[in-house]
Design a protein around this ligand. Structure first.
Ligand code: NAD
Length: 443
């Protein structure tokens, strides 16, 4: 099939590259000329394991093209994927300006039947709005061309995007058109050889499915953080509680890790947007509001622990950070808990010395050059002479550490672990003061 993909971010680029990799002809289009120019030279704008090889291979073999020429992409694709950002608006609702801009572009340039596929995460009712925007452009041009809009939300995780896209548990498609069903079966057929993974449903159900999935996952995290905070005050170890509840198959072990809060471009904005949608239809989504406010509070937990350790006196101290990205295997810093911590530390007059395997360039881009931020090339460099080490992201190489070396390097033997990576007993035996999340200490 010939497929156009609007947006070459985490979702658009992965979608385009993976669909090309199973034999489709894909044209990716973006308004960011520098990004497109880089992609044409094989420069991948994001860190995503495995993506670079797939992009290069398919580009070299002529199945994957990059352009800023939207008219060309509209003419090219039978399917028009919309995979642009839907950031939160000031009131928490999803900002649809980029999605609707693409819809207008398609309406302006299409000269034959098109299937428009909403892959961006969009509120219920957006497919209708996309359809209306296209219809308005066609009316302005005084032409009558048939088209369909379907919903195909994306469930990939950054850091495992290729694996998630190619081996997804389900492919949700919302449509009431047999023609769209046939086209989407052809598009995703290569991923359904083992068994049919496509779940056809109504458009509105598909749109809501995406929000419901993210809200459920965010709820699990906030719930576990609530239990962790309680455990801490009750002198119980939440890690033992985690194992105790995870062993119940109705609960399961997935996604019940306590920590310093969820971040990223999806959970925070999607929980807020769903709560906002609820309000618009006169429903107070109390659970969703609580998930959001628990997370907001949780992102302050690391700073609060440091304040207690240092009796509120953080001015002039150097705090080492291991991990900046909102989660491992990505360079994405959107809504990362590390940002809340760093900004609070700077406001308190402390310096940050940080290491992250992938997100340091992004951190430098966001914060620029500043005296109270030093990014170092190796994790133990961050710790040398620091007053405390804080772990913000559970990158794999952080899971084991040389505690004796930490003890020697740190000016004060304080380790604050936002991801509960270590055994408190072993750290204490190594002479370190260890503060994790919900592990029964008083801090
Ligand atoms: P992103 O910010 O990484 O990329 C969006 C891209 O769209 C940018 O490159 C931008 O330049 C481009 N763009 C903006 N307007 C455009 C236009 N008119 N024409 C062409 N390109 C345009 O976004 P993302 O993280 O890939 O997210 C895209 C959507 O997918 C969002 O709705 C998001 O909620 C959803 N989603 C994201 C993830 C994730 O893990 N990042 C997972 C599932 C769903």
């Amino acid at each position: 099939m010939r497929i156009a993909v609007f947006g070459t971010g985490y979702v658009g680029l992965v979608t385009g590259a993976c669909l090309a990799d199973v034999g489709h002809q894909v044209m990716c289009v973006d308004v960011d000329a520098a990004k497109i120019e880089g992609l044409q030279r094989g420069v991948i704008p994001i860190y995503e394991p495995g993506l670079e090889a797939i992009v290069r291979r398919n580009h070299d073999e002529g199945r994957l093209a990059f352009t800023t020429d939207a008219a060309r992409a509209v003419a090219f694709g039978e399917l028009q994927f919309i995979a642009v950002g839907t950031p939160p608006d000031e009131d928490g609702s999803a900002d649809l300006q980029y999605v609707l801009a693409v819809a207008r572009t398609i309406g302006r340039h299409m000269d034959a039947y098109k299937i428009v596929v909403d892959k961006s995460t969009v509120p219920v009712g957006t497919a209708e709005r996309v359809g209306e925007a296209i219809a308005r452009e066609l009316a302005t041009r005084d032409v009558s061309i048939d088209f369909d809009v379907c919903s195909n939300p994306e469930f990939l995780k950054e850091g495992a995007a290729i694996e998630d896209f190619t081996k997804s548990a389900r492919i949700v498609v919302g449509t009431d058109s047999e023609r769209v069903r046939a086209a989407m079966r052809e598009c995703y057929g290569p991923y359904s050889r083992n068994h049919d993974k496509i779940l056809f449903m109504d458009v509105r159900a598909a749109e809501l499915t995406k929000y419901a999935a993210n809200a459920m996952l965010a709820t699990k995290i906030s719930f576990m953080n609530e239990i962790a905070n309680l455990a801490e005050r009750l002198g119980a170890d939440v890690e033992q509680v985690r194992l105790g509840i995870g062993s119940d198959p109705r609960i399961g072990y997935h996604f019940i890790y306590p920590g310093c809060g969820y971040g990223g471009s999806c959970f925070p904005k999607d929980v807020q947007a769903l709560a906002r949608t609820a309000r618009e239809v006169g429903y107070e989504a109390e659970l969703l509001d609580a998930v959001e406010s628990v997370n907001h509070r949780q992102k302050r937990v690391l700073f609060d622990k440091l304040v207690q350790v240092f009796d509120g006196d953080l001015a002039g101290r150097t705090i080492a950070l291991w991990g900046l990205a909102f989660k491992p295997d990505t360079d994405d810093m959107r809504e990362a808990p590390s940002r809340v911590l760093m900004e609070a530390l700077w406001a308190a007059g402390a310096r940050v010395r940080a290491f992250d395997p992938q997100a340091m360039a992004e951190t430098a881009r966001i914060y620029g050059v500043r005296e109270d931020l030093e990014l170092v090339p190796e994790r133990y460099d961050a710790v040398d002479g620091a007053d405390a080490l804080v772990i913000c992201t559970e990158w794999k190489p952080f899971r084991a550490a040389d505690f004796a070396r930490l003890r020697t390097l740190l000016a004060r033997p304080v380790v604050v672990d936002g991801r509960n990576l270590y055994d408190p007993r072993i750290l204490r035996e190594a002479g370190l003061m260890y503060y994790a999340v919900g592990r029964g200490e008083s801090l």
